[in-house]
Write a protein that binds this ligand. Structure first.
Ligand code: NAD
Length: 441
């Protein structure tokens, strides 16, 4: 199929490269010239396992190219995937500005395309609250195209369930495929993209597909909060929380998946916090009381506070931090709990040095340079490109990554003191050593 992908961020770049790798002819569209240039040079604008090689391959073979020209993309494709961001507004509500803008642009280009080629289908992959497609986006498309959705052009919602860090692997082995279809032909068009991939397929109404994504993300946040609270109580009572969870999770009769249930550090990223926020905001506006959901984010903040307390208790001023992105395997810094931790420590006057290989690589490529320089200038100056620079500086080191290069360099014996945020693979040995404390015992 000939596919346009709007937005070459974490979701769009992976979708575009993987669809091209599956044999489709893909044009990526982004308003950001740096991302467009990176893709056309065969480089990924995000750091992820396997994405760099894959983009190189599919751009080299001609299966993927990028442009800023919406019209060119729509003219040359049968289906469009919309993967633009939907961040939180300051009050917690969902920001739909990028969605509205790109939908207007697609609608205008579709009007020009009318009569040429077959029916085009617009597929929304961005996370959006139930009702957004029907009440906000379809009216925009119908206004610009001058036709009827589901008749003159197709519309579907196809939420994204990939996890940053393993998203290429997840694309080819998805946990499930959900297609919210306005009409059967729209759903068929979406499923044509994924033909041959494993996993169960669910064809549902558009608003159901929108809601499923929120169910997933709210539950993931809840699981992490549950595991971390339990881990904190276990630590206070001198119990190994991972041993507790090993047994808890072995109980398959209750059908428990172990994902997100290992005590570790606080969650973050561009999805769970903002999706929980907008879900709670939407519930409040609808006068629905959601005490459980509205306490997931405060639980997460309390966990972050525990890490700050461990540093304070160590009583040292020179602090090292390994890891800065919101989780290992990505360079994504949005709502990273490690960024928040670094900011808390920086604000308290600690003399901090930070190392994260993916963030350094992304700065070198230029992909996240603007984000770091405009949003985190206070941390940019603390970034060290080498592990040793941080170890040489620090009296106490926080380990928030499982990067093998960091793990192999970490000393034993207490100089510097280690605060393990991620439960290091050799945590059991280290627990017996001086100068080691784990947040997730
Ligand atoms: P992102 O911010 O990394 O990427 C969005 C991209 O869209 C940016 O490159 C931006 O320049 C581009 N863009 C904005 N307006 C545009 C326009 N008019 N035309 C073309 N491009 C435009 O966002 P992301 O992390 O990829 O997330 C995208 C959506 O997918 C969000 O709704 C998010 O909630 C959802 N989602 C994200 C993940 C994840 O792991 N990151 C997972 C599942 C779902």
């Amino acid at each position: 199929m000939r596919v346009s992908v709007f937005g070459l961020g974490y979701v769009g770049c992976v979708s575009a490269a993987c669809l091209a790798g599956k044999g489709h002819e893909v044009i990526g569209v982004d308003v950001n010239q740096v991302k467009v240039d990176l893709v056309n040079d065969g480089k990924a604008p995000v750091v992820e396992e396997r994405i760099g090689e894959l983009v190189g391959e599919v751009v080299g073979s001609g299966a993927l190219r990028a442009t800023r020209d919406v019209r060119e993309a729509i003219m040359g494709s049968d289906i469009s995937l919309v993967c633009v961001g939907t961040p939180s507004e300051p009050n917690g509500s969902l920001c739909t500005t990028y969605l509205e803008r790109v939908t207007e642009e697609i609608g205008a280009a579709l009007a020009d395309r009318a009569g040429r080629g077959g029916r085009h289908t617009v597929v929304f992959r961005s996370t959006m609250l139930p009702g957004t497609c029907a009440n906000l986006l379809i009216p925009i498309l119908e206004k610009y195209v001058g036709g009827t959705a589901g008749v003159d052009f197709g519309v579907a919602v196809n939420p994204e369930f990939l996890r940053e860090g393993t998203s290429v692997r997840d694309f080819f082995d998805p946990p499930k495929t959900v297609v919210g279809e306005l009409d059967p032909a729209s759903g068929d068009a979406v499923l044509g993209l994924y033909e041959g991939l494993p996993g169960e397929v669910f064809r549902v109404p558009v608003a159901t597909a929108e809601a499923i994504k929120y169910a997933d993300n709210a539950f993931h946040g809840l699981k992490i909060g549950f595991a971390n609270e339990l881990g904190a109580v276990c630590r206070a009572l001198g119990v190994d929380s991972h041993q507790v969870m090993d047994v808890f999770l072995a109980d398959r009769k209750l059908n428990i998946s172990p994902a997100y249930l290992r005590p570790g550090f606080a969650f973050g990223g561009s999805c769970l916090p903002k999706d929980l926020r907008s879900l709670v905001h939407a519930a409040q506006r609808a006068d629905v009381s959601v005490p459980l959901l509205s306490h997931v984010l405060p639980s997460n903040s309390a966990h972050l506070e525990r890490a700050v307390e461990l540093v304070e208790r160590a009583g040292k001023r020179r602090v090292g931090l390994f890891g800065l992105s919101f989780k290992p395997g990505t360079d994504d810094l949005r709502e990273s709990p490690l960024v928040e931790l670094a900011e808390r420590l920086f604000g308290k006057g600690y003399d901090l040095r930070i190392h994260d290989a993916n963030v350094s690589l992304s700065r070198l490529l230029g992909a996240n340079r603007e984000y770091v320089e405009t949003r985190l200038p206070h941390l940019a100056q603390l970034l060290a490109d080498s592990v040793d620079e941080v170890l040489d500086h620090a009296e106490v080191c926080l380990v928030g990554t499982r990067d093998p290069a960091v793990l192999s360099a970490l000393p034993h014996g207490g100089d510097p003191l280690l605060i393990d945020l991620v439960r290091l693979p050799d945590a059991d040995t280290r627990r017996a050593e001086p100068g080691y404390v784990g947040l997730a015992w």
